[in-house]
Design a protein around this ligand. Sequence first.
Ligand SMILES: Nc1ncnc2c1ncn2[C@@H]1O[C@H](COP(=O)(O)OS(=O)(=O)O)[C@@H](OP(=O)(O)O)[C@H]1O
Ligand SMILES: [Mg+2]
Ligand SMILES: [Mg+2]
Ligand SMILES: [Mg+2]
Length: 414
Amino acid sequence: MSRPTDKKYSYLRLSFLVPLSVLILAIFLSRSFPRLALFAGQLKPFSTTVNNMSSQIPMYQKELEIALLAVQRAAQLTKRVFHEKAKGTVSKDDKSPVTIGDFGAQALIISALKANFPEDEIVGEEDADELRSEAGKGLRDQIWELVKSTKLADANSESRLGGPVKDEDAMLDLIDFGNSEGGAHGRIWTIDPIDGTKGFLRGGQYAVCLALLVDGDVKVGVLGCPNLPVDDSAPLDSNIGANQTDEGRGVIFSAVQGLGATSRPLTTGPLSLQGQRIAMKAIPDGDMSKACFCESVEAGHSNQSESAQIAKKLGITKPSVRMDSQAKYGSIARGAGDIYLRLPTSETYQEKIWDHAAGDLIVREAGGQVTDTLGKRLDFSKGRTLAENKGVVAARAEVHGKVLKAVQEVIGQK
Ligand SMILES: Nc1ncnc2c1ncn2[C@@H]1O[C@H](COP(=O)(O)OS(=O)(=O)O)[C@@H](OP(=O)(O)O)[C@H]1O
Ligand SMILES: [Mg+2]
Ligand SMILES: [Mg+2]
Ligand SMILES: [Mg+2]
């Protein structure tokens, strides 16, 4: 028979042990769950950072690291192609050029993504149809030579990207994995292996572009710009880096949603994951007279007579800086330029998601605002194109409204 004092002791013990075990369990879960979520990589994140009282573990760090290394390696391949005499250039159905560099870079990037995130979908600009034909054999062999022999100098980084591509057929299959229709659900990467192919061919600006969309929202963006100055404060002009040596050139921009934008030199050795913070430059008192605006080199890609009228309306005195590719987004994000205008030249052309996803996030994370000419945010959830948007207006958040007003006044006169 138990005595009343025994009962009292067991109640006491219980009332002490139960809360203690709950406390230990809570501490264990709060400490281990964020790490589990981070390492799983594939888990759908519930926020950009996971709060754990004393520390914050940033999300998408594995995605950022793999994207940076994949872009670094692909940029290395494009540079090899540039230095070769024959760039294997062919015309696509829409008459735009594509080179062995475009195909090779897409194959290498998809190989890295498949090795690390096998379940994710991919929207890539290029496909291997032409390469699979008899007529494409010459090109296919050249691309294979490049793909099998382009490796990062740092063995540890190279191994993070998975093993080498098995053979030519596997390479073609990798290129074709970029055939997702995109959309509003799940994890979708988008790749522009060489953005600004015309710029690449003329020794001007081009960019290797990679972004991760989750449910249609850009979470990670990386832009490799081999011909931009390394120096974030170098002034912009239309001939920047054109046909110069590699000395002092090559930068990789990146951003993760909610964590800001950064840049680092596009080295051949180990890459800085952290990079250095970049931010758009303030326009003192909103006085636009000295503002620098960028637009496309190709008049067929952006209406340059309208942009000149807009600049005049805003009081901008400097001529526009014309450069190819998403290097425009990177340049304004680091304060080397102030405004990027892309004004529709036709009623029917739909911008492609791979031409804008990485740049859109990098500019917004650097303190900018990016909309179309109607003032709507770019909507990456509509498939392979920005079907709901017309053109692009990007500027530092405080002056974006003023720029958009001028754009609409000029375009509205049509
Ligand atoms: N008609 C029209 N309107 C707008 N945009 C178009 C058009 N046609 C093509 N493209 C896309 O433009 C991409 C390169 O454009 P950029 O402005 O970055 O560079 S450029 O100065 O025009 O070369 C280019 O990207 P890449 O093909 O990767 O070079 C195309 O996707
Ligand atoms: Mg193209
Ligand atoms: Mg492009
Ligand atoms: Mg391209």
